[in-house]
Write a new protein. Structure first.
Length: 417
């Protein structure tokens, strides 16, 4: 009997460890908070390239404790125990990147996603989130850089450990003279020097932002210049600037382990803050499900209380599934570390255009039409039904456009061994 009890305890411990590890997957992301003083329209922006070992994520709509919200979850997280980026009905949005230098030796950040799920349900603004962090000091297991914006124009990072946090305000000219703050996977406040990670990506994204023209920072800049960047900063090579025509008989490959668009990037989110608390319904979630060079951004609003089927789905999201098929075409050599190598020849020569021109053309149409809608909605608040219809029609039309544009790949797709 005692032996059976011990076996049961062992199994229970293993199950719990599996659960915690599944909900604390490494998040080596590239992230930014941008104050309204640095953007074209004066609204703050919040960006995250989500990098993780879990290949599937999807969007959910949740009615939280106080506020409803949209969030990104791991597809198998049926009970929504963790959220990895999201926005609520008050216009409060949150993202994170893992920062192991904020953890003690052998520490595990099992609460990184749980904290965001809780915050989206109870926090109306950045002030509420800071109060929540203060209240939970010593009661959480995290090591993360949390980025947050709200409808009041606040835009901050909180470098957060289990015991404390340090606030960095993008509206503070001493902290952020250019109006933005960038992070990867190390904390500026950490006492553990040269720990953490993402140093090459931080150098690269700093270079991109520093070379942006004044007031150039907008949705298109982040999606199309930052999130999809394929340059390794330390190699000083830009694979998109080849001065010769790609030759399929002698393909060129690039390793995307240290680029911003990485082999492990499974989604991108850009939150555009509301212009005021009274117009919190305008706060927009732009979501790219899949590696960004293989997918397109779609808009969502909490006000619509709706997630289209291509971004949700009962198990996995169809948009993510489509993106994974395109990824398999570009990362087709599955031998050992070759899994990390993108066939840049295929990427640049597909249909004599290349992947990016096709994807950006589709995406620009979505952005243009959505901006037109937002100009209407800022004057007249739309009914929930109108928002839902626009979300559904835009998602279905865009998904179909992707299918048609990459039909040659999709019809011949077979799962790599």
């Amino acid at each position: 009997m005692r032996k059976n009890q011990n076996n049961f305890k062992t199994i229970l411990i293993l199950v719990c460890l599996f659960f915690f590890m599944g909900n604390s997957a490494v998040e080596p992301c590239t992230v930014a908070v941008i104050s309204g003083k640095a953007t074209q329209d004066g609204c703050p922006l919040l960006w995250k390239n989500r990098d993780t070992s879990n290949p599937n994520n999807k969007v959910v709509f949740v009615k939280g404790e106080r506020y409803s919200f949209l969030g990104i979850i791991n597809s198998e997280d049926n009970h929504v125990t963790s959220v990895w980026q999201g926005i609520n009905s008050r216009g409060f949005a949150i993202i994170n990147s893992a920062s192991s230098d904020l953890l003690p030796d052998k520490g595990v950040a099992i609460d990184n996603g749980r904290i965001m799920r809780e915050a989206l349900g109870i926090c109306a603004d950045v002030k509420d989130f800071e109060a929540m962090l203060h209240r939970t000091n010593g009661k959480r297991k995290v090591g993360a850089n949390y980025g947050v914006i709200d409808a009041y124009g606040n835009a901050c990072f909180f470098e957060t450990s289990s015991e404390s946090y340090v606030k960095f305000d993008a509206n503070d000219p001493e902290t952020a003279p250019s109006g933005y703050i960038l992070r990867t996977n190390f904390a500026f406040s950490s006492k553990r020097q040269n720990k953490g990670g993402g140093f090459i990506r931080h150098d690269r994204i700093s270079n991109i932002f520093e070379n942006a023209d004044e007031k150039q920072i907008n949705l298109g800049f982040i999606l199309q210049k930052a999130a999809r960047d394929l340059v390794n900063e330390k190699l000083h090579s830009n694979p998109l600037s080849l001065n010769h025509k790609p030759d399929a008989s002698s393909p060129l490959y690039i390793r995307t382990n240290d680029t911003i668009n990485r082999i492990s990037t499974i989604s991108v989110v850009v939150f555009r803050g509301a212009p005021s608390p009274e117009k919190a319904y305008l706060a927009t979630m732009w979501i790219v499900l899949g590696q960004p060079i293989c997918s397109v951004a779609l808009p969502l609003w909490v006000h619509g209380e709706y997630v289209p089927s291509v971004l949700g789905g009962p198990k996995t999201a169809p948009m993510q599934d489509l993106s994974k098929k395109l990824i398999s075409y570009l990362y087709h050599d599955q031998r050992g570390n070759m899994k990390q190598y993108l066939d840049i020849t295929r990427f640049l020569s597909y249909k004599d255009k290349g992947f990016l021109p096709i994807i950006i053309s589709i995406e620009n149409k979505v952005i243009k039409e959505t901006n037109r809608k937002l100009r209407e909605w800022i004057i007249n608040k739309p009914q929930k039904k109108e928002v839902k219809i626009y979300i559904e029609q835009t998602a279905n039309k865009t998904y179909k456009a992707l299918q048609n544009s990459f039909d040659n790949i999709l019809k011949d797709f077979h799962q790599p061994e």
